[in-house]
Design a protein around this ligand. Structure first.
Ligand code: PMP
Ligand code: GLU
Length: 400
């Protein structure tokens, strides 16, 4: 009998960001020069003192299982970092270390949702949110936001979609894919609706250290008293410390929830890599100059990308307050011919841009926003310059 695929996995979309990144990698493997703005991962090397801590951990024999929910020293480093950065008090036992923030998200959703529960996800959203919610049997409710409001959900929009089945609101600020950042006041207004309707919030703060001049980041649980009881925080070392390959992320949640997430992980994957956990301790407790340096470099690139996009006629984009993505509107360039090929969708546009100009981006449709393109600026200046020359030529040389 052929092996049957489960209904739930059959309905799952593969990650479009990783699929575009794989396409770019395939082209590079056959010798093509590709200007890759697809995947969102810092192009910097993991700072040397963090790598040295991993080597030291191996040499000291820290190459065995740790507690399934993660090393106590790492949990302590995480809560101390939250206290220092945002003044929030957590106990180390509220932290569960996972194999990356994506895994922490999956575990948190699995531990808190039942089939039929509704989860509110503002669109444009990161590709994995809706799929991870669906894996639990819960129902993602996509709430469209407006480019004119920098793709931020308003309190009115949030209040209007709450039903008796609504259980969770999923927030990502600074945002992947839009790069926009909610102000503390905007978040507080949302928090009031959350409390009034007795909802929980999953706040993905993986880009918390990447916000730029003129913007201010606020960690969601700090906005109102007692909000910690209804918030699950997600974060990790991937973006802040250029450690995507090490696979360390975490959730911080009320103790009862954290205990269950830890138990789930003990049956599912056991601990994340012991060596990576030691490296993460060094990342959080060691010299933080690397964070400021990488942020400053991202800010320069953000300014450059903003300038390049603003030079192209009829291209619009929201304010780029944080993370490392430009999310631009190509609607007035759809329905046109590109070197003889008619392009009607953001997906076709991305694939043709890759074929004709060797530039990899990700289509807005996979983030719930047809007519937009996401370009990661976590790439060096040569790549950015070449990529945006080509994007400009691709768009401006199209014909009606
Ligand atoms: N959340 C968001 C918004 C992201 O962009 C990413 C990027 N991969 C993740 C979570 C997951 O990060 P990781 O699993 O690498 O820690
Ligand atoms: N979060 C990154 C992105 O959006 C990495 C890829 C992924 O995990 O989907 O490109």
């Amino acid at each position: 009998m052929p092996i049957k695929i489960s209904r739930i996995v059959n309905g799952l979309q593969p990650s479009a960001t990783l699929a575009m990144s794989a396409k770019a990698k395939d082209l590079k493997a056959v010798g093509k020069t590709v200007y890759d703005l697809s995947v969102g991962e810092p192009d910097f090397k993991t700072p040397i003192h963090i790598c040295a801590a991993a080597t030291a951990a191996m040499q000291a024999g820290h190459t065995h299982y740790t507690i399934a929910s993660g090393l106590p020293e790492l949990k302590k480093a995480i809560v101390e970092s939250y206290k220092k950065l945002y003044g929030i008090e957590y106990a180390p036992s509220q932290v569960v270390i996972a194999n990356g923030a994506k895994h922490a998200l999956h575990n948190s959703l699995t531990a808190t949702l039942d089939p039929g529960d509704e989860v509110l996800i503002p669109a444009p959203y990161w590709v994995s949110y809706a799929e991870l919610v669906k894996l639990t049997g819960a129902v993602p409710i996509i709430v469209q936001t407006e480019e004119s409001n920098d793709f931020k959900i308003t309190p009115e929009q949030l209040a209007a979609v709450i039903t008796p089945q609504t259980r969770m609101f999923l927030l990502c600020s600074p945002s992947n894919p839009t790069g926009s950042l909610y102000s503390p006041e905007e978040l507080e207004a949302l928090a009031k609706i959350i409390v009034k309707n007795d909802l929980i919030v999953l706040s993905d703060e993986i880009y918390d250290q990447l916000f730029y001049s003129g913007s201010k980041f606020a960690s969601f649980p700090t906005l109102l008293p007692n909000l910690q009881e209804r918030v699950i925080l997600i974060n990790g070392v991937s973006k802040t410390y250029a450690m995507t390959g090490w696979r360390v992320g975490w959730s911080i949640s009320p103790l009862k929830v954290a205990k269950k997430i830890g138990e789930l992980q003990s049956q599912e994957t056991s601990n994340p890599c012991s060596i990576s956990q030691y490296a993460a301790i060094e990342a959080l407790t060691g010299d933080q100059t690397c964070v400021a340096e990488m942020r400053a470099e991202f800010e320069k690139r953000r300014n450059y990308v903003q300038y390049r996009l603003s030079e192209i006629p009829d291209i619009t984009f929201p304010q780029m307050g944080g993370a490392f993505y430009a999310f631009f509107n190509i609607k007035s360039y759809l329905g046109r011919k590109y070197n003889g090929v008619k392009i009607d969708t953001s997906e076709q546009w991305c694939l043709e841009l890759l074929t004709q100009k060797n530039v990899a981006t990700v289509m807005g449709s996979s983030f719930g926003a047809e007519g937009y393109i996401r370009a990661s600026f976590a790439a060096n200046n040569t790549i950015l310059e070449n990529a945006f020359d080509r994007i400009r030529d691709f768009l401006t040389q199209s014909t009606s």
